[in-house]
Design a protein around this ligand. Structure first.
Ligand code: GRG
Length: 305
């Protein structure tokens, strides 16, 4: 019967995410090995942060997009690894004393706490460089133009209109009390959404998506990128009021502009939901094949960490 069909064919997001997470962990582990005693220290430091157990959202988005357009996981795998390397290097540098000065990340000591600031800076630089090398060296079975396009998108999302530019604007706004919602959006668009956009669009490009497809993917990614950050701001508020032990850490954010501060908690929740709705609407033309990306959009605002 129809209800039976629905129950048996319904997309299982938890299973999808676990499968992709395992695939990603294996690919990450294989991507980085010391090849001589002289590189043991830097590679150990790089591997420490790369394999420290993130949610692997960016690789998942890349895989889901490539599969939506009929591409294979094998072809997208080096790019998925590269995206997580870029993300990881941004976290290593973000945690440094010159930036957020955090001693813990994902419940573990940060890279510079274990390896020293000098090695942590170099490990981040080496990881960023390896991210590009890895895609160029290991992407097989698609026309070279697609690989060049992927490398271009990866480069763009790290630069002035990407992680680095977003971070600089974020630093400039620190301690200001008059940061507008537009500026806050600009920061999130480049600091967070740009890499998510690269994840989705690179996956799509590798599978041969058209320009029209890429436009839809961009809309989807920009919306979930903003939703991701609104959800993060909400989690910060709800987590810090629930766990009294976290208040010391959260005091650092006292001079940070957030969605809940500008709009209130209820309106922020509505905004996050609206962004996810818009993201999902952009993928309507793909029907059932969009199920993983639709599920990931929901996950981004319902996650608890
Ligand atoms: C790019 C050259 C260069 C330097 C880095 C520090 C920096 C410039 C940019 C900051 C980028 C940054 C920390 C953005 C925040 C991104 C973000 C939403 C992090 C949290 O991502 P999750 O929740 O983390 O996916 P997990 O731990 O799950 O991987």
């Amino acid at each position: 019967s129809a209800p039976m069909m629905a129950a048996t064919t319904a997309f299982d997001l938890a299973e999808y995410m676990e499968e992709k997470r395992q695939y990603t962990e294996a690919a990450l582990d294989a991507s980085l090995q010391s090849t001589c005693p002289e590189t043991d220290t830097i590679v150990e430091s790089m591997r420490y942060s790369l394999l420290a157990g993130g949610k692997r959202v960016r690789p998942m988005l890349c895989f889901a997009a490539t599969e939506m357009f009929g591409g294979s996981l094998e072809v997208a795998s080096p790019t998925a690894v590269s995206l997580e390397m870029i993300h990881t290097m941004s976290l290593i540098h973000d945690d440094l004393p010159a930036m957020d000065n955090d001693d813990f990340r994902r419940g573990k000591p940060t890279n510079h706490v274990l390896y020293g600031e000098d090695v942590a800076i170099l490990a981040g630089d080496a990881m960023l460089s390896t991210a590009f090398e890895y895609v160029a060296a290991n992407t097989k079975g698609v026309p070279a133009e697609r690989v060049v396009k992927v490398l271009r998108m990866l480069g763009e999302c790290v630069g002035p209109l990407g992680l680095a530019g977003g971070q600089v604007m974020d630093l400039k706004c620190e301690g200001k009390s008059d940061v507008s919602i537009e500026t806050l959006q600009w920061i999130h668009t480049y600091k967070t959404a740009a890499l998510l956009k690269a994840a989705v669009c690179c996956g799509a490009v590798l599978a041969g998506a058209s320009e029209e497809d890429l436009k839809r993917c961009e809309t989807y990614a920009n919306k979930i990128g903003l939703a991701f950050q609104v959800a993060d701001d909400i989690l910060d508020v709800t987590a810090s009021t629930e766990e009294l032990g976290k208040t010391a850490g959260k005091d650092l954010d006292a001079d940070k502009t957030t969605y809940p501060k500008l709009l209130g908690l209820d309106r922020s929740r509505e905004v996050a939901q609206e962004l996810v709705n818009d993201a999902k609407a952009a993928l309507e033309p793909y029907g059932e094949r969009a199920a993983p990306l639709l599920g990931l959009a929901d996950y981004i605002i319902t996650r608890s960490n």
